[in-house]
Design a protein around this ligand. Sequence first.
Ligand SMILES: Nc1ncnc2c1ncn2[C@@H]1O[C@H](COP(=O)(O)OP(=O)(O)OP(=O)(O)O)[C@@H](O)[C@H]1O
Length: 258
Amino acid sequence: MSLLQVTDLHKAYGDFMAVRGVDFSLEQGEMLALIGPNGAGKSTTFNMIGGQTRANQGRVCLNGQSILGLQARDIWQLGVGRTFQIAATFASLTVVENVQMTLLSFHRKMFSFFRPAALQYRAQALTLLAQVGMADQADRPCSELAYGDVKRVELAMALANDPVLLLMDEPTAGMAPQERNELMALTRKLARQRNMGVLFTEHSMDVVFAYADRIIVLAAGWLIAEGSPDEIRNHPQVREVYLGSGIGLEKLKEGLTT
Ligand SMILES: Nc1ncnc2c1ncn2[C@@H]1O[C@H](COP(=O)(O)OP(=O)(O)OP(=O)(O)O)[C@@H](O)[C@H]1O
């Protein structure tokens, strides 16, 4: 049984079909990239899996259990973590407080730093921060951090529910090339160590081809290709879609031809 099985997923906005019968699976410990030109349906697919958007039709199963139609919070409680395009941390809180707050939320405790519960989760928060290389900066306010470090904190927060599946929406948006590589190398290490599946959308083809074990490609709501980085790089329809989209040449030089 796959960790994540998506079957015949559809989404319409009025008469417009944004996602048209998408099927794919994702295994434990696997890094799966979801790519496609602007408007292909990546975010819509992503949000249907995470519970932010309702599907019109289809099935989404996590370890065989149907999660389609559940609230985002319930999906999170079942072990689906999420990071966002713009890091969602509180700048006024310290690094460790941000992680503690997520742990408190996961354990459904009211957030207050005057309660023993906050102290209780400090040790757990520090363990998560150690896993992303941020334990030594635990007591700094997030506002003082470099953006690459904020993304690491966000990753530690995303691990608070001990996820079996991590959804990352354009994880490297706004990052410099070296920071991008460090974040994705860390993500891949965590995926392997924790046997956690990672589904990520990404516009940077260098990141996709360097870090994905497998790639699925959407175009105009259809899943047009699925395969290893080499298979996708040489896939005629994928090349055609990227060339035809007007963003193709640069992206092609960046990733598809290397
Ligand atoms: N709430 C909405 N109402 C109507 N149309 C929508 C809505 N959300 C998305 N769409 C349309 O659905 C299509 C797919 O959008 P989606 O955001 O999933 O694409 P995407 O592949 O993530 O694109 P991008 O790479 O630009 O983020 C687009 O044509 C978009 O305009």
